[in-house]
Design a protein around this ligand. Structure first.
Ligand SMILES: [Fe+2]
Ligand SMILES: [Fe+2]
Length: 390
């Protein structure tokens, strides 16, 4: 077909059809260019993936984290990355529902808290509500579309469901805890508490690289920043909230249990994004350099300071155990766990903190699945994978 024939044929097409053909062609040009452009840089583009790619040359079990060429089918018998199979089993085994923790005594226990403790509980719940709301949307709207490996897409979809479950759990908690008060108040706290609004704005900026893209092309630098944002949210920005509620664990037993379930999920989510980060560094070793490290570490260090300030604000002077030193050691320790998991080693000389003992006491789940699971089908039985650290 000559150029003249193509032009003549094009004249018969609608504008929409022409746009669709041009879009299709540009996709294949992108793929061709990426195959011959050599090593990627932080300025290279990360392509958004399509549902079905008939011309895929990438075999199942041979998927890239991003910028691959998959056919789009999720094949659970062929995992490229071992962690996707192991974590899927672990997350399935961790299945729980918001009616599991017994929160029937929470309203009574809440009334007996001091004014400072009530304030800490309220603001903490307000911040956790924001964390999980943002994360549900971030995964579903911003992140998943750029992932190539279909099994990572599957696991991120499961994660997004769990974040929405956490949101539901805060609703269940607030309905019971604030009996006789206004259960909606905690959802609107960001309008009356400037510090909470400031924290939410900071979280938005953390997610900006993908969230303000709005049709613009995404670079590897932006995508790495987005992965770091997820690592930070899962590994640092929940920790102050969890530990605050666990400090009330002796009385607010239902809330502590609910957050123990949520915390266990967040540990698997942290493992998911460690897997994504480490997988990307393996797929694109040219990016595993001091520049990338500096980008990620700088973001983590900023997050540590934000979370420390937040915890000082929520605990004030009236809640025992939260000395400045305890807070700093605890949050820096959580950052060390994160940087260790992505191969960067410890970045702080964090001392021991009595807050870690609270985590060890109230953050663990007794996973015998007694009454609840005895009446359920065996589909929820524990996976065989050994991931004792999550
Ligand atoms: Fe969550
Ligand atoms: Fe999470």
């Amino acid at each position: 077909m000559s150029v003249v024939d193509i032009v003549l044929a094009a004249k018969k097409l609608s504008v929409d059809s022409l746009i669709s053909i041009i879009t299709e062609l540009s996709l294949y040009v992108d793929i061709l260019i990426s195959k011959y452009e050599g090593p990627v840089t932080l300025d290279s583009y990360v392509r958004k993936q399509r549902n079905y790619n008939e011309g895929s040359s990438e075999g199942h079990g041979n998927a890239m984290v991003v910028n691959g060429n998959p056919d789009g089918l999720i094949n659970s018998t062929k995992h490229t990355q071992g962690w996707t199979e192991a974590l899927w089993k672990r997350m399935s085994a961790n299945t729980w529902f918001s009616n599991e923790p017994d929160i029937s005594k929470e309203a009574e226990a809440y009334e007996k808290l001091s004014t400072d403790q009530k304030r800490m509980y309220d603001i903490t719940l307000g911040s956790l509500i924001a964390n999980d709301s943002f994360q549900t949307r971030n995964l579903a709207v911003n992140m998943i579309g750029y992932i190539s490996d279909p099994n990572i897409i599957a696991i991120l979809t499961r994660q997004a469901y769990e974040e929405a479950l956490h949101s539901e759990s805060y609703g269940v908690l607030s309905t019971d805890v604030y009996k006789g008060h206004d259960p909606q108040k905690v959802f609107m706290l960001h309008q009356s508490d400037p510090e909470l609004a400031k924290r939410n704005r900071w979280l938005q900026r953390l997610y900006d690289p993908l969230d303000i893209a709005n049709g613009q092309k995404i670079t590897f630098k932006m995508f790495i920043q987005a992965i770091a944002a997820n690592l930070i949210l899962e590994g640092i920005m929940f920790q102050g909230g969890f530990i605050s509620v666990w400090s009330l664990g002796a009385s607010m037993t239902g809330s502590s249990k609910m957050l123990a379930f949520i915390s266990r999920d967040e540990r698997t989510h942290l493992a998911v994004f460690c897997g994504i980060f480490n997988g990307m560094m393996k797929d694109f070793p040219e990016l595993n350099d001091p520049v990338t490290r500096a980008i990620v570490i700088d973001m983590i260090k900023e997050a540590v300071e934000v979370e420390i300030s937040w915890l000082k604000y929520t605990t004030g002077d009236g809640v025992f155990i939260f000395s400045d030193e305890n807070i700093r050691s605890y949050i820096e320790g959580k950052a060390n766990e994160l940087t260790n998991a992505i191969g960067y080693g410890k970045i702080y000389n964090a001392g021991s903190s009595v807050l870690k003992k609270l985590e060890d006491t109230y953050g663990k789940i007794d996973d015998t699945r007694s009454n609840f699971f005895e009446s359920k089908p065996a589909a929820y039985s524990k996976g065989s994978v050994d991931m004792s650290d999550i």
